[in-house]
Design a protein. Structure first.
Length: 189
């Protein structure tokens, strides 16, 4: 796997922290003193729901890019620098599916790992904010950008070839929320 080797400011070699260092994710430049922190990249994911004859369904996208090209995942993507997560979610759905969402509610936060040979080891972790939302009424789904196709799956019959375990954990959190808020469930708190 690739590693970052040079300073993005001046091009000098980066210094790696010594074994046992307090800041293991900090690369520094000995020439210009630039500090290059290796934080998780920020992204958003959408659990887009609908009900068909009383059955809950979730919208999945077949990935058109690596990693995991051809596998299913929840729609979403990276946030732009300084972009609010809810605005980023709306943008990503428009870019990937050509439509809009409504009623975004933050559900959970998960870590995903994007392992690719062309991505530096330091850039492989993604912090994903998952939102539950719905499509606007009359929305027409048009797979675009890095999406090969989009399809609805019953909540109890999810795609076998899911790209990221973070999606599975977010869906499990969604199912727990559904049970906790279903009629007849005991609410505590």
């Amino acid at each position: 796997m690739k590693r970052y080797a040079f300073c993005p400011v001046c091009g000098s070699p980066l210094d790696r922290p010594a074994d046992g260092a307090v800041h293991v994710d900090l690369l520094t430049c000995g020439a210009c003193r630039f500090e290059f922190w290796q934080n998780s990249k920020l992204a958003v994911g959408a659990i887009i729901t609908r009900s068909v004859r009383g059955e809950s369904q979730l919208l999945f996208c077949r990935r058109g890019i690596e990693p995991h090209k051809g596998m299913w995942d929840l729609p979403g993507g990276y946030l732009n620098n300084g972009e609010h997560p809810e605005q980023g979610l709306v943008r990503e759905i428009r870019e990937e599916l050509g439509t809009s969402v409504r009623g975004q509610t933050l559900l959970t936060v998960e870590i995903a790992e994007y392992v690719r040979e062309d991505i530096a080891e330091e850039a492989r972790f993604v912090l994903v904010l998952f939102y539950v939302c719905e499509l606007d009424p009359g929305a027409v789904i048009t797979p675009m950008d890095d999406v090969q196709e989009a399809a609805w799956f019953p909540l109890d019959v999810l795609p076998a070839e899911m790209a990221f375990s973070s999606d599975r954990r977010a869906i499990a959190a969604f199912k727990r929320e559904m049970v906790a808020h279903s009629p007849g469930s005991a609410h505590t708190g």
